[in-house]
Design a protein around this ligand. Sequence first.
Ligand SMILES: [Zn+2]
Length: 321
Amino acid sequence: MIKADDCSLDPSALRSVEERARALLNRAEVWDRFPTPIEDILAAANLRVEKKCLQDADGFMAYLAGKAAHIATKAAETLSAVKSALTKVFGIYDPGDSIIHIDDTVSGSKQNFLKLHETGHHELPAHRKMFRFFQDCEQTLAPEVADLFEREANNFARFALFQGGAFSAMAADCPLLIKTPMKLATKFGASIYASAREFARTNHRDCLVVVLNRAEYINGAGMRASVRRIEPSPSFRAKFPIPTDEWITLDHPLGRLLPRHGQRMVKPTSLAMRDLNGQRQECIAESFDTTHNIIILLYPQKALTTTTVILPAGFKQAGNF
Ligand SMILES: [Zn+2]
């Protein structure tokens, strides 16, 4: 299933989140230092990090050791709610002790994003206040507030990790290839997943990033992968319909982009898409398997080529892909 939107904010909310992130980056003096020095940012925020496995009840309860009983009860409730939703907790912000707890079983680059996300909760005054209140009283955050806070903290983390517009400025000088967000991921200390999303969202060229969950084999149905995220660049969104497919199977036009036989990458492959005017556009797509996700980058190609034509038959929106 395509994941719920985790980053859209109205322009004024986005501006105030970015102002806070910018102020912290100034205090930490990290601009133009690569990879983005996460430890310096945490030090400037006066936050300490504790690493532990949060993926099991024992790990979560270990975190609660020493906490007041009523908080433990609330957090345990959160845990069971979280578990029933099959969502995982990877980071926790504890405003009382200015500590963030980060799951150390996930990759270092993902930990970087999580640390900055939790730092966002600490640095955004409304968050810190509300998290304190949540700890002091037996109140839980209303779901819509919690959802807004998550989107704000994600944008805080994006801004800090990619140093404002530094990522998109570098991407603009690099070729439109899947290797570009991969290279920039290493440069900034970001995951390929976060980097590919940022690449599409901030790109001045037409491009689309489709993130798939790991492919699976279904008896009788063959290989398939569910769509996790679809990120168009602003100009792509203005010209092309945004696909809504939830699954990519081998007979889907993007099926050829599923890496097979131990491949990590699928080389640039031609396909055709109809734009919003119904015009056929020749496109190139390539993919990379991060082992957690398959990242597909698709972009229109100006010059005509003698490429395989992809028939749109059988799609929810005929003409897409
Ligand atoms: Zn959060």
